[in-house]
Ligand binder design. Structure first.
Ligand SMILES: *Cc1c(COP(=O)(O)O)cnc(C)c1O
Length: 369
């Protein structure tokens, strides 16, 4: 058996009865679209965050697209963000014809270097899109101060940070709106695609509800701007409702796995993830760094361990984003990281004996490389 960074079957073994009951609940409800499961999940997810609204959508990428549109971002507008992220963050900006403007990340935690943001703002900037990457928050006091000074809305990409906190406050509750993905690997993941946008602003929420439903306010009548078909599936909503009650336990389980890595790998020369001050990390991925990444990953394969890289290419260097006009060297920290990082198996139901195999193999490989 190959050991991978993520395997939902370990969770499914524990939660099968609840998951299948959720499926049956929807199939027997007589309402396959929207209905009580979607409404229930939306209100419970908003309540978990202490926010007024949650609007379920079909995936995290569209949560970003709709979030940007609801916050007033249009074609030609600039959105300040990072290149050290999952490509969908940038795909979403590009999809509405807006222009991503990248700042670099910090060496210490690989998160947005907020000190660079102000210099990236121009009179065409319409939004700051922060990414709480890997499971911990960008310095939001600093972001909010800049946003207020320039009267800009802040959209939080929370696809990797469900349940993460900063200064005791949950990710997603700092900005004007927050976009979530419930893709199966995520800290709160469904058994298929899903997403949501959360906000406390009534007008933004109303815009989001129209935008996910063709642009309709009531059935069959499009008002304002034509929208998308971007509904959260009811089966996923019902599964997510059940899993939301376990979100804090999932996060704690991930921290438990992280602590075991810390204890077992501290003296190996591998650079382990650092939690920024004031942050509570949820370890969506456990990203380590080593200059001889390729060798290490290749050797681990012979132990039956297949690791991932999140992410091997900075977005601004991808040919699909050549039209943005960035050249190599533009974002030195981001580019350096991409060549040295890799991820260890991380999910709350990772069996300890399988984690031990990974640790043992890594220690062997690092002792000889
Ligand atoms: C997963 C992810 C997305 C996209 O979510 P999908 O549900 O796959 O569309 C966006 N941003 C980040 C940071 C992600 O990790």
């Amino acid at each position: 058996m190959t050991i991978r960074v993520w395997n939902y079957l370990d969770e499914y073994e524990d939660e099968r009865a609840d998951i299948m009951d959720a499926v049956e609940t929807v199939f027997e409800s007589g309402q396959l679209v929207f209905g009580p499961s979607v409404r229930g999940f939306e209100s419970e997810f908003a309540e978990y965050h202490g926010l007024r609204h949650c609007v379920g959508v079909d995936n995290g990428t569209n949560a970003l697209v709709l979030g940007l549109r609801a916050l007033g971002v249009r074609e030609g507008d600039e959105v300040v963000t990072v290149s050290n992220t999952a490509a969908p963050t940038v795909v979403a900006i590009d999809q509405i014809g807006a222009v991503p403007v990248f700042v670099d990340v910090r060496e210490s935690d690989f998160l947005m270097d907020v000190d660079q943001v102000e210099a990236a703002i121009t009179d065409r900037t319409r939004c700051l899109l922060v990414v709480h990457l890997y499971g911990q928050c960008v310095d939001m006091d600093a972001v909010q101060a800049i946003a207020e000074r320039h009267s800009l809305p802040v959209l939080e990409d929370c696809a990797q940070s469900h349940g993460a906190r900063q200064g005791g406050r949950l990710a997603g509750t700092f900005g004007s709106a927050a976009a979530y993905s419930f893709y199966p690997t995520k800290v709160l993941g469904g058994y298929g695609d899903g997403g949501a946008v959360a906000t406390s602003d009534d007008g933004t929420a109303a815009a989001l509800r129209r935008l996910r439903y063709y642009g309709m306010e009531d059935r069959y009548y499009v008002v304002g701007t034509p929208g998308h078909n971007s509904r959260l599936d009811a089966v996923q909503a019902e599964i997510l409702r059940r899993k939301l009650t376990r979100l804090d336990a999932y996060a704690e389980g991930r921290r438990r796995v992280a602590r075991r890595y810390e204890e077992a790998l501290a003296d190996t020369g591998l650079l382990l993830p650092r939690t920024a001050e004031g942050n509570e990390h949820v370890y969506y991925v456990y990203v380590v760094r080593h200059p001889r990444r390729e060798e290490i990953m290749a050797e681990l394969k012979s132990y039956g361990i297949a690791l991932n890289i999140s992410y091997p290419w900075p977005v601004h260097t991808m040919s699909g984003f050549a039209h943005l006009g960035y050249s190599e060297g533009a974002l030195p920290v981001t580019e350096r990281l991409a060549g040295e990082i890799f991820s260890l198996p991380m999910y709350p139901s990772l069996p300890p004996e399988r984690q031990d195999l990974v640790v043992k193999a890594l220690r062997d490989v690092l002792a000889t490389s």
